[in-house]
Ligand binder design. Structure first.
Ligand code: PLP
Length: 404
């Protein structure tokens, strides 16, 4: 029987990252060795005090029952305290909701702000889910382009030009997935000035990689220079990345009370709130310990970034290198490489290239086209060093020798 799905759902594309991850998992299960450079999660066990806290909470009935739809009060306060301490700002007038992962926090935030016809500005490269969420809500995506030659840092004149009468919000994701850079202090200061000049624009600051930074100086934010901007900023965070807990599905959103109340209503009617057991375990886990846990992980990512830089240098591709600093990704722009010699330079071939790489070279990567940068590939830096280097070498050889 042919089913008639809603127009809304027909227009949603499959998440490319999750699809590729599933393909890779199937290949691994069939015994095939894959150089897996797709990973959007740290391949390590979470911090042991956090695991111990989960075990303890298993003893309580409350851990198995409905949570308050906006999250347990102690945990919401904990996210607010961690925010004030780590960003050195006051959070008076701000509230917090806990959701099933930052992805749901983002969707609730957008659903609470965006009406059909509203424009939302995305800075390329962006996280692949943003445009789908915006379009699902009837919003229009406005892109600000960047390039590898500017280390994927958006030009602020272009950002300013993209703001118009229909602009409802801008999403700023620093540290950034997929580029692995964070915007520096000068950029954030100038961005703050632009935002002050445009008082009707809301800001969604996706900070899920805030604690994952292996190169100084650390990430800073526009509201640290203009604290009044917190009156219209939603800060997205969660435990998936910094506690290596993507499967536990806990995200948070901090923002002005009225918007958070709207998000709470939205969540109450759709999911009734997030996992009680994990929320309670987090209440008893000291967030300050996370930096200790992340130390070895930061070193691992940094040394893979160095390997990548050396390989690009040896292959005479240093022009494709920029200093990645945070999160755990690098975006390789292959638009100048021989693989595209006979191709239309206005088209994106990143998905095709990723498919062929997996088929012919057993190397799995994420195409960068769906992140707004044509003919680029996202490489994850979390794989063990030896297979990482081998995978990179195979990938570059393929991009140099193969012609589409
Ligand atoms: N935001 C960014 C930039 C991400 O990269 C991700 C996940 O990859 C998320 C949000 C969602 O994270 P989660 O829903 O696992 O908390």
């Amino acid at each position: 029987m042919k089913h008639q799905l809603s127009q809304r759902v027909q227009e949603i594309e499959e998440s490319i990252t999750l699809t590729l991850n599933n393909d890779v998992q199937k290949m691994l299960e069939s015994g095939r060795y894959i150089y897996n450079l797709t990973s959007g999660q740290l391949p390590f066990k979470p911090h042991s005090p956090f695991i111990a806290s989960i075990s303890t909470e298993l003893n309580f009935l409350k851990s198995f029952q409905y949570p308050p739809s906006e999250g347990f009060r102690e945990l919401r306060q904990k996210f607010l305290n961690d925010f004030m301490k780590s960003r050195q700002v006051e959070s008076s007038g701000m509230d917090c909701t806990i959701s099933n992962g930052s992805k749901q926090s983002l969707f609730n935030a957008l659903a609470t702000l965006v009406d059909p016809g509203d424009e939302v500005i995305l800075l390329t490269p962006y996280w692949v889910s943003y445009p789908h969420m915006i379009r699902l809500l009837g919003g229009k995506v406005i892109e600000v382009q960047t390039s590898v030659y500017d280390s994927f840092i958006p030009d602020l004149n272009e950002v300013e030009k993209s703001i118009g009468p229909k602009t409802k919000a801008i999403i700023i994701n620093s540290p950034n997935n997929p580029s692995g850079v964070h915007y520096d202090e000068n950029w954030m200061k100038a961005m703050a000035k632009i935002l002050v000049k445009n008082p009707s624009v809301y800001i969604i600051s996706d900070e899920v990689y805030h604690k994952i930074c292996y190169f100084d100086p650390k990430p800073v934010y526009f509201y640290q220079f203009e604290p009044s901007l917190l009156e219209r900023t939603l800060v997205i965070d969660g435990i998936s990345k910094f506690l290596a807990s993507t499967g536990l599905r806990i995200g948070s959103c901090l923002g002005p009370n009225e918007i958070i109340q709207g998000m709470k209503r939205m969540q109450g009617q759709t999911t009734s709130g997030a996992n009680s057991l994990i929320q309670r375990a987090l209440i008893h886990y000291n967030f300050d310990l996370a930096q200790d846990y992340l130390k070895a992980i930061h070193e691992h990512i940094r040394s893979n970034a160095e390997v990548l830089m050396e390989v690009l240098e040896q292959e005479n591709l240093s022009h494709l290198w920029y200093q990645c600093k945070s999160a755990f990704y690098f975006l390789l722009d292959f638009s100048s490489l021989p693989i595209l010699e006979h191709c239309d330079d206005k088209k994106d071939y990143s998905s095709l290239v990723a498919k062929k790489l997996l088929e012919f070279e057993d190397v799995a990567v994420i195409p960068g086209g769906p992140s707004g940068i044509m003919n680029s590939l996202r490489l994850s830096l979390v794989e063990e060093q030896e297979p990482f280097e081998k995978g990179i070498r195979k990938l570059i050889e393929f991009l140099k020798k193969f012609k589409l």
